[in-house]
Design a protein around this ligand. Structure first.
Ligand SMILES: Cc1ncc(COP(=O)(O)O)c(C=O)c1O
Length: 279
């Protein structure tokens, strides 16, 4: 309703330039939230094929927005859903070998918000190539943080492919709100014409797009690099020096650092201690 302003257009161009080296002929589409971009991308991908022709391979620890997107796509297109563990991508071979549905989509978080693990995207891409599948990567916790320039997991892993559909969210490292899909120009055009969650919700105000342009400048600047280095130092300190006698610290190299508290009482106690310490 409030339209597509010059600021929206500039933001999409800048976001596309971040992934240009990794997805040929890429174009970006800006969304008001990651939940909406994820719903739009997954249902949009599934609807590329006729009813009943799609299989969606979804990582078990994917974020709720991906799970909901996969479920909605299945309802809309009669797509088959197959779950896999991101720590065992080889298990996909068995299912894909037997799959008689011609349209296959692999859906994964880049950094898993549930355990802090990085998706094995090199392996997933090799599998996608072998079985002619598309690979959707939602890099909510990687964009702005991973890679020398903060462009995300594709930069960090030096990955290039026209099979990849990349989503970044803008409410985490970018510090504001929103999300974007980067993919081949033809798929973005399909979403603009057919993506129901995109079409039937109000556009983000231009002021947010202006603010996000500033965020992208910071991410790419020396200041952005300094902040990323600082974050990585904090991750190392947490991993190497923090000791807990009863709570379980999980090994993770990302900004998601799980601490397993094991009970509701422990969770309430931790909340109280953090509150008292000013967090
Ligand atoms: C992994 C992941 N994906 C998607 C989202 C959804 O993004 P948004 O809050 O912009 O809807 C979130 C968090 O909120 C998230 O942690």
């Amino acid at each position: 309703m409030s339209g597509h302003s010059i600021a929206h257009e500039q933001l999409e161009k800048r976001l596309a330039s971040f992934q240009q080296k990794h997805i040929p002929n890429t174009r970006a589409l800006f969304f008001s939230t990651g939940y909406l971009s994820n719903l739009t991308a997954i249902t949009g991908l599934a609807r590329l094929a006729p009813q009943g022709n799609t299989s969606i391979y979804s990582a078990r620890l994917n974020h709720a927005s991906l799970i909901d997107g996969v479920r909605l796509a299945s309802i809309q297109t009669n797509a088959l859903i197959i779950l896999f563990y991101h720590t065992a991508p080889e298990s996909l071979h068995d299912s894909l070998k037997k799959d008689i549905r011609p349209h296959r989509i692999i859906v994964t978080d880049g950094v898993f918000s549930m355990d802090g693990g990085l998706a094995p995207i090199e392996k997933l891409l090799a599998i996608a190539e072998q079985y002619d599948a598309l690979l959707l990567i939602v890099d909510a916790h990687g964009f702005g943080v991973l890679g020398d320039q903060g462009h995300g997991i594709l930069e960090q892993k030096n990955i290039h492919s026209e099979r990849i559909i990349y989503i970044g969210t803008l409410g985490k490292a970018a510090g504001i709100s929103g999300a974007f899909i980067c993919a081949q120009d033809s798929f973005i055009e399909w979403l603009i014409q057919k993506g129901r969650p995109y079409i039937y919700s109000t556009a983000t105000p231009a002021a947010i797009a202006h603010a996000l342009l500033k965020s992208l400048k910071i991410i790419e600047s020396d200041e952005g690099k300094r902040r990323r280095n600082h974050l990585h130092r904090l991750i190392d300190i947490w991993q190497q020096e923090m000791m807990f006698s009863t709570w379980e610290k999980v090994s993770s190299c990302t900004a998601i650092q799980p601490l397993i508290l094991s009970s509701n009482a422990n969770a309430l106690l931790a909340a109280k201690l953090l509150d008292e310490a000013g967090y």
